[in-house]
Design a protein around this ligand. Sequence first.
Ligand code: PLP
Length: 301
Amino acid sequence: MSFLSSLNLPSPVTQIENSLLKEKKISLFIKRDELIHPVIQGNKWRKLKYNLLNAKKNNKSTLLSFGGAYSNHLHALAAAGNQLNFKTIGIIRGEAHHPLNPCLQDMKNWNMQLKFISRLEYKQKTSPEFIQQLKQQMGDFYLIPEGGNNASGKKGCAELLTELKEHYDTICCEVGSGTMLSSLIHNNTKPHTDFLGFAVMKNPQLEQEIENSLNYIEPVSPWEINHKYHFGGFARTTPELDDFIKNFKEKFNIQLEPVYSGKMLWGILDLIKQDYFKTGSRILAIHGGGLQGLRGFKQLL
Ligand SMILES: *Cc1c(COP(=O)(O)O)cnc(C)c1O
């Protein structure tokens, strides 16, 4: 896959400096996974990689997956499929609205076949009967679950750790389903590193879901999820968060978005103010990409 060698990997690490960090003697770094590719970036690239390689290995020519109307996952999948000559099918939660939003329009332009289903039907996305029904309708396909959240997805997430050349006391990531966090804590081999996830929606079950996904035969690094920075729920934002994102771009020339990375970076800086981290700590925040999602927030453009 020559497409693979065109990706900006390993993604760079940038240190952030300001007076707060200096005062609190904290070193903050950002793993720039949003720079991997203009579209096929971040968390969603990490999860797609081994799914794409597996599909090729199994001679599958069509990829099918699930997502909402602003899905970073389906957007990246459509672009990657287009680059790698896979047919792609996106099963979209909810009714079609015309004109299509920019995310869906891109997917369509990249030749993804879009199939809109009701929210009720969408709930069956993991049911074997429903998948079988889809195969009868659409022909054979390689199935990638919503978000790319399967074993191949986790394998790709784990690769991020192998790219880190320096020690970090705490590694932070955004938490949606918890697939990334679960992969990191399961695959980390370095001692003295703990993991802090930032929940981007209200989901008190997250810890239990991650516990259930872990295989306790393997050692697991210390981890925690912070639930204080969801800003009202998934894809919710506030004028303060919007301003934070604009200022961050001005000061550090790093683009954040309000669904994931904006909330995490706000949370990290807020916790630093509250002396949550030990003096002298080295913190790494993983920027999960998803910058196409900015187009859903007109006030930020
Ligand atoms: C999907 C996504 C996440 C969520 O990752 P999980 O592994 O589901 O927790 C985080 N950040 C970005 C940018 C995403 O697109």
